[in-house]
Design a protein around this ligand. Structure first.
Ligand code: KG4
Ligand code: ZN
Length: 376
């Protein structure tokens, strides 16, 4: 394909469209962040779906205009088909299917988290595998070893709340606006991260192995954030009773952020040691967190590399979807997903097992999953 590709993202509360040339160069990106949810302090699925329906046409029209092309110039449409809110997903997928049919071009359903892996390369051509991908968003926390594009080895994931979700919930506890991530991070900038000692969940398993027989037992790279959130909730309640919340808010935010950053950075760095590759890719909305970036960059040292896109390309956007779609189209690996699906693994992802035969994660990879040594 030599014609441009359109990428559509409607998995949650961003309606986004982007146009990429067939060589991956970004020609346009338009993101509409829904604010209908703000007064509810979280995303309301029905409102999200309705707003996507209202916005998708004008957002696409703006993306095409910015790229200076007409609809008929498109060669393919890539759409985030899952995971996400089913009503929201259906808007993007139905729109894309109808448009692709009308234009006589292929529609490529893309996994949203695979899209996040393709975010940084849009700005930095060097953001290529091999790397350990730490994907941290409002719905997911994934640590994936990516030896090459399309080859995904799941090292760890959250057992309960996602990292972004923890930021959002703590933001709410502290009386900060939604989404909590940017607000907590801004409040933390003037706080003392050592004022409160919050738990660093699931770091012990790693610490116990340091210098031992090597990191890498199943579960070592998993995360858990709900206990940390509860610890913060208890402390906030105590502080509120004492009437000092306004003074303590920055310190609570900073102490919470320090705990999350400690855990995420320690696991990502231990993962690089386990796979013997000092390269980390950060994706998802929490990748915008500056202390997290700084900690990982420091830990990797001068011989390591950190790939992290600008906040615009770390958060949900249509350009990363178009880039992942282009990969699937050009590598001839077929469609990633079949339909709009609320909960689904990245097609072809296997569980990382050092020295052992890899095992498919969840269900069998779909036909057309990435080729290579992991395909079954
Ligand atoms: O990837 P994303 O835009 O949407 C999902 O796929 O969920 O991620 C959104 C998440 C939210 O939970 C938001 O609070 C968090 O990313 N976030 C941050 C920051 N900016 C956004 N978390 C921590 N620090 C930030 N600076
Ligand atoms: Zn996302």
């Amino acid at each position: 394909m030599t014609r441009p590709i359109l990428g559509i993202e409607t998995t949650c509360d961003e309606t986004s469209a982007a146009v990429l040339d067939s060589d991956g160069a970004m020609r346009s990106l338009v993101v509409h962040s829904q604010d209908v949810h703000r007064i509810y302090g979280g995303v309301v699925p029905e409102l999200a779906a309705r707003d996507h329906l209202m916005r998708i046409e004008p957002v696409v029209a703006a993306a095409l205009k910015e790229a200076g092309i007409e609809r008929r110039d498109l060669g393919a449409i890539a759409v985030a088909a899952g995971p996400g809110l089913i009503g929201a997903l259906l808007v993007g997928v139905t729109w894309s299917r109808a448009s692709a049919l009308a234009l006589g071009i292929p529609m490529i359903p893309v996994h949203h988290m695979e899209g996040h892996i393709f975010g940084p390369v849009l700005e930095d051509p060097g953001a290529q595998p091999p790397f350990v991908a730490l994907l941290v968003s409002g719905g997911h926390t994934l640590l994936i070893w990516v030896p090459e594009w399309g080859s995904y080895h799941l090292m760890g994931e959250t057992r309960d709340d996602a990292a972004g979700e923890a930021f959002d919930k703590v933001g709410k506890l502290l009386g900060l606006p939604y989404p909590g991530g940017p607000a907590v991070s801004a409040a933390a900038a003037s706080g003392d991260p050592r004022r409160y000692t919050f738990p660093r969940p699931m770091l012990k398993s790693l610490a116990g192995r340091r210098g031992g027989s090597g990191v890498g037992a199943p579960g070592d790279f998993d995360f858990s954030f709900s206990g940390l959130k509860t610890a913060v909730a208890r402390t906030v309640m105590r502080v509120e009773q004492a009437g000092t919340i306004d003074v303590e808010r920055p310190h609570l935010a900073a102490s919470f952020q320090a705990a999350v950053v400690d855990v995420l950075a320690a696991k990502a760095l231990a993962a690089t040691a386990a796979v013997r590759c000092r390269r980390v890719l950060l994706g998802g909305g929490v990748a915008a967190n500056r202390p997290l970036r700084a900690r990982i960059r420091d830990g990797l040292g001068r011989r390591g590399r950190l790939f992290a896109g600008s906040p615009r390309l770390s958060m949900d956007n249509g350009a990363m979807i178009a880039r992942a779609g282009l990969f699937r189209l050009q590598a001839g690996v077929g469609k990633g997903l079949a339909e709009a699906t609320a909960r689904v693994r990245i097609p072809g992802m296997v569980r990382w097992r050092p020295g052992k035969r890899e095992e498919a994660v969840g269900r069998k990879p779909l036909p057309g999953s990435p080729p290579g040594r992991n395909s079954q």
